[in-house]
Design a protein around this ligand. Sequence first.
Ligand SMILES: NC(=O)c1ccc[n+]([C@@H]2O[C@H](COP(=O)([O-])OP(=O)(O)OC[C@H]3O[C@@H](n4cnc5c(N)ncnc54)[C@H](O)[C@@H]3O)[C@@H](O)[C@H]2O)c1
Length: 316
Amino acid sequence: MLKIGVVGCGGISGAHVPSWEKMEDVDLVAVCDIRPEKAERYPGHKCYTDFDKMLEENDFDIIDICLPTFLHCEFAVKAMNRGINVLSEKPISLKESDVDLLYSTAEKNKVKFMVAQVLRFWNEYEVLKQIYDSKKYGKLLSGSMWRLGGYPSGGWNNWYYDKKLSGSIPFDLHIHDLDFMLYAFGEPKNVSLNRKELPDQDYLSAVYNYDDFFITAEASWFKAGYPFYMGFRFQFEEAVLAFERDGLTIYDCNGNKIKPCESGTENESDFELPSSDAYANEIRYFADCVNENKPVEKVTAESLLAVLKILTGFNE
Ligand SMILES: NC(=O)c1ccc[n+]([C@@H]2O[C@H](COP(=O)([O-])OP(=O)(O)OC[C@H]3O[C@@H](n4cnc5c(N)ncnc54)[C@H](O)[C@@H]3O)[C@@H](O)[C@H]2O)c1
């Protein structure tokens, strides 16, 4: 039974902690947050306000880091130096040099390290990758991805508002779509950026050019209660693949409307993958890598570095 500790019990822990709790082959031993009331939201586990104390008093196989971005690297290194495998929320860091530090620390201590780039575990996005790889609907012509919403409220100590701590929308939000692009389509030839950045709102629209197609991606923290909306639309020679408010749909050139992530629909697809909880999937994947001593192949240092290189240019 793998023994797990979670550090950082704010917003995103609400996706991680229940996933660990539902897994039958793991024991979520302890949770830690400097604000005790945050850790105490998860009864049935030991609660700590001090990460060092949590590490001293327990044996862990995996530490799951759900802390604000600027603390990921320091806490991951500390846990790995104690021989503990680490899963960390994205972004890995705002600094490219931390990628090397983290992977060399993992290697030195013979432990596994993974950044939770959740779109790689999101079935609607996986179907898009499979359709692209298979060429079932011909070549890809263009794509559009979006991740839009209001300024994040509720982050601890307003850390999201400090660009030096959060990296603002390039590192916090747009990173998801960019990471998926590199995973699915490889590195783009070039990128052009338009951005409107004010102290209390931020919007970007970027165009990534590949040899035969281009992808436009938007991200926002608007100064408005705009409801969070993520999705994509990809134009292939023989179909449009759209992940919109009504789920994923393939509109093919014969007039068929196919729902590959819903069971029991009329039109069958070669790419059926039921909608599922991507956070649970990524956590399951990392636990399996640790349990079976398999390499973490789904998220690599090279792709993390390539993403950080592009995003660093966005904030210069
Ligand atoms: N994958 C996703 O879809 C997704 C979504 C949201 C956030 N995130 C990422 O998750 C991370 C956390 O974001 P969040 O929205 O949960 O932030 P948050 O501010 O809501 O939560 C962070 C928690 O860490 C605690 N904390 C701060 N310093 C600490 C310390 N030294 N020791 C222990 N606890 C400490 C805070 O009290 C807070 O409760 C960020 O890196 C963010 O980019 C990912």
